[in-house]
Design a protein around this ligand. Structure first.
Ligand SMILES: Nc1ncnc2c1ncn2[C@@H]1O[C@H](COP(=O)(O)OP(=O)(O)OP(=O)(O)O)[C@@H](O)[C@H]1O
Ligand SMILES: [Mg+2]
Length: 241
């Protein structure tokens, strides 16, 4: 097995607020890791540490074998292209069309011709079943469609690792399920490894190969969906209700 993400003894505090105290985590190639944890437990901070958006206080973060704290800016930027990040807020640019939103991550890549860029945009939209939305504005789209376009924008750089921050939050149960299935399709088609932060039990059930629950800044509670949801420990089962 090939380990694509390894976190060792990660710590992060904000002033007196010790958010992450000792996080240890390994993700193998092609694996979906679901992260549960109460609001404010540090889930978003954790994945921001993985792409250098937040600087950890201590510990090691190895992405595709590289210690991200030891990389210079160029190396970090090159690595970031291999890690797709689907933000909690969705974050499409409302003043840009769907096409322009998808072209955005490609802008540094000056070797692409106009035709090549268009082909990449169309391919990414096809992956999420929304090729007809190419000339729409984000405000014309439903919440579920916006999430899909956000995912298409992440997929356009063909990342090896995808970090999903609450991909189904704010969606109805049926649309949530569609997004969960889309996450699975992406995993199968591209053999991506993912971290999926969610409060959605159904999303976890569908997508998780393994799970961790962040509690009191640690990552000691880990197992499959079945193991954790059927745990003898009532406090663990509570996350699944
Ligand atoms: N830039 C910051 N400055 C100070 N404190 C911060 C900062 N970012 C996050 N925090 C604090 O870190 C803690 C963890 O935040 P984080 O966003 O990771 O929570 P979360 O588990 O993702 O919660 P939610 O489920 O609500 O999204 C919170 O107490 C938050 O107030
Ligand atoms: Mg969060």
């Amino acid at each position: 097995m090939e380990t694509v993400v390894e976190i060792r003894h990660l710590k992060k505090s904000f002033g007196k607020n010790e958010v992450l105290k000792d996080i240890n985590l390994k993700i193998e190639k092609g694996e979906n890791m679901v992260v549960f944890g109460k609001s404010g437990s540090g889930k978003s901070i954790l994945i921001k540490c993985l792409v250098g958006l937040v600087q950890p206080d201590a510990g090691e973060v190895l992405i595709l074998g590289k210690d991200i704290c030891k990389l210079n800016d160029d190396e970090l930027n090159a690595l970031r292209k291999k890690v797709g990040f689907l933000f909690q807020s969705g974050a499409l640019y409302d003043s840009m069309s769907v096409r322009e939103n998808l072209e955005f991550p490609l802008r540094g890549n000056k070797t692409n011709t106009k035709e090549e860029t268009e082909a990449l945009v169309i391919e990414a939209l096809k992956n999420v079943g929304l090729e007809d939305a190419i000339d729409k504005m984000p405000t014309e789209l439903s919440g579920g469609m916006r999430k899909r376009i956000g995912l298409a924008r992440t997929l356009i750089l063909k990342p090896e690792i995808i970090l999903y921050d609450e991909p189904t939050t704010g969606l109805d149960p049926i649309t949530s399920k569609e997004i969960s299935h889309l996450i699975l399709e992406v995993q199968k088609k591209f053999n991506t490894s993912s971290i999926i932060i969610t409060h959605d039990v159904e999303c976890a059930r569908l997508t998780a190969n393994r799970m961790i629950i962040i509690k009191e800044g640690t990552s000691d509670i880990t197992g499959t969906f079945k193991e954790l949801s059927e745990s003898k420990d009532e406090t663990i089962r509570a996350y699944f209700q």
